[in-house]
Write a protein that binds this ligand. Structure first.
Ligand code: HEM
Length: 212
């Protein structure tokens, strides 16, 4: 059995910039399950790799289904996407070129994750950078868990009778692993941005009212 350990986020507080001052706010997204250990057995790794060979043939379709369902079940996630937030009719998204391209980017990340299951440091770095990017995209950690659920719903019919409860557990474990590191990346980036903002607000003290 391989044990992956994800360190706890450094801080339980986030920061928000209000005018020139920094105000503390509770992160709210952090739960025990976010900082615990993820176990993936060698058998699960094999199952993921084998099933990926089948899923791979339909990656564009899976990417689109996954996001259309995400927006159906969690409309608040659509608002995060500048390109899709104003699209009311989700059926139109099924043929939307941008959604297809986005779905393919996410599926390509999953493909890289599967390929790196034997090189964990490289997978960790990839997921950490992705989490940092998601801070810049304004996509908060509380939504990350939804992607694995929709991925599983989308690939099940492709694998048909080859899909098993064990396979489902294996994919869930991979998504838990990746999303925990993404969250760590998000929080690190949040904390860097907070420190940078605090530094620059020290350098640019608030203008005081001065009597002439
Ligand atoms: C397992 C969870 C997720 C994975 C693996 C993932 C993966 C990705 C990837 C690979 C990209 C392409 C850009 C890059 O490489 O930095 C991306 C972009 C993005 N993601 Fe995610 N994502 C996840 C969850 C989410 C969620 C839940 C949301 C929103 C609620 C979201 C919002 C975005 C946005 C807004 C972008 C930028 C889109 C653009 O401007 O092109 N992501 N994501």
């Amino acid at each position: 059995m391989i044990i992956f350990v994800v360190p706890a986020p450094r801080s339980k507080m986030g920061c928000a910039i209000s005018g020139l001052s920094l105000v503390a706010k509770p992160a709210g997204d952090i739960r025990d399950e976010d900082v615990a250990v993820v176990n993936l057995t060698l058998q699960q790794i094999e199952m993921i790799k084998e099933s990926w060979k089948v899923i791979q043939e339909d990656i564009a379709k899976v990417g689109i289904i996954m996001f259309v369902r995400l927006f159906e079940t969690h409309p608040e996630c659509k608002d995060v996407f500048f390109l899709f937030r104003d699209v009311e009719d989700l059926e139109r998204l099924r043929t939307n070129k941008e959604l297809r391209a986005h779905g393919l980017r996410v599926m390509s990340f999953i493909e890289k994750s599967v390929a790196r299951l034997d090189q964990l440091e490289r997978l960790d770095q990839l997921a950490l950078d992705l989490g940092r990017g998601h801070y810049r995209y304004n996509a908060p950690p509380k939504y990350y868990g939804y992607i694995g659920v929709e991925f599983i719903r989308a690939v099940q019919p492709i694998l048909k009778e080859r899909w098993t409860d064990e396979m489902e557990e294996a994919w869930k474990a991979l998504f838990q692993y990746v999303t925990r590191i993404m969250k760590k990346g998000y929080w690190e980036e949040e904390s860097n941005q907070c420190s940078n903002s605090a530094e620059s607000s020290k350098e640019r003290p608030e203008k005081k009212n001065t009597r002439l």
